[in-house]
Design a protein around this ligand. Sequence first.
Ligand SMILES: *Cc1c(COP(=O)(O)O)cnc(C)c1O
Length: 233
Amino acid sequence: MDQLAENVQRVRERMGKAAGRAGRPADDIVLLAVTKTIEPERVEQALEAGVTTFGESKMQEAKQKIPLVSSRARWHLIGHLQTNKARDAVDLFELIHSVDSVKLASEINRWAERAGKTQRILLEVNVSGEASKFGFKPDLLSEAIGQISILPRIEMAGFMTIAPYAEEPEKARPHFRRLRELRKGARQRYGLALPHLSMGMSHDFEVAIEEGATMVRIGTAIFGERTRHEPAE
Ligand SMILES: *Cc1c(COP(=O)(O)O)cnc(C)c1O
């Protein structure tokens, strides 16, 4: 087995164990392989290794890469999206994890309508309150949900968050728990299903699964350390 296939298998085993600890079925949890800076050939290898769903963080990179990869691959946008790129995002992505304003949601709704589709989205929530992070502030989330849930071409499928990086993965737990609690509040207030919580990356995905993640976004643990660093937006 090649290194990449081995990495995928190892990640799946760890996901399964974490799901077991939480008393959840392992196939409740989607493994999203994060392919930023990764060449199309390596994405194909991950497909061969049984990964079906991939996450990109930059529109420009995604637009170049997606047409070069087998159409079997399913794509999610996980990085910040500018309003003026909503049209391309609607074209390319099955799920947009990073909706962080009502204005962006409206723009996505508009282009989804033109494309004759319903766009699935997640709302990104800045649970840690770090200034460097995108996402709704928790105290503004509820009002935004009210406004976004009435957009006819949007299917709001849940929330996404990025925990602050810490050596100790356990430190991420309160942030993941907070996201789950915010969902509970939103479910009660709006009666929405909000089935998905996108949380957990290479160093903290097991904790995220224990706290209810239904999608984990894994780059390094599958493809290895990224050699090329992306410029900040
Ligand atoms: C890069 C990235 C990931 C994956 O990070 P790793 O630590 O390499 O697993 C997950 N989510 C987002 C939003 C990212 O930008």
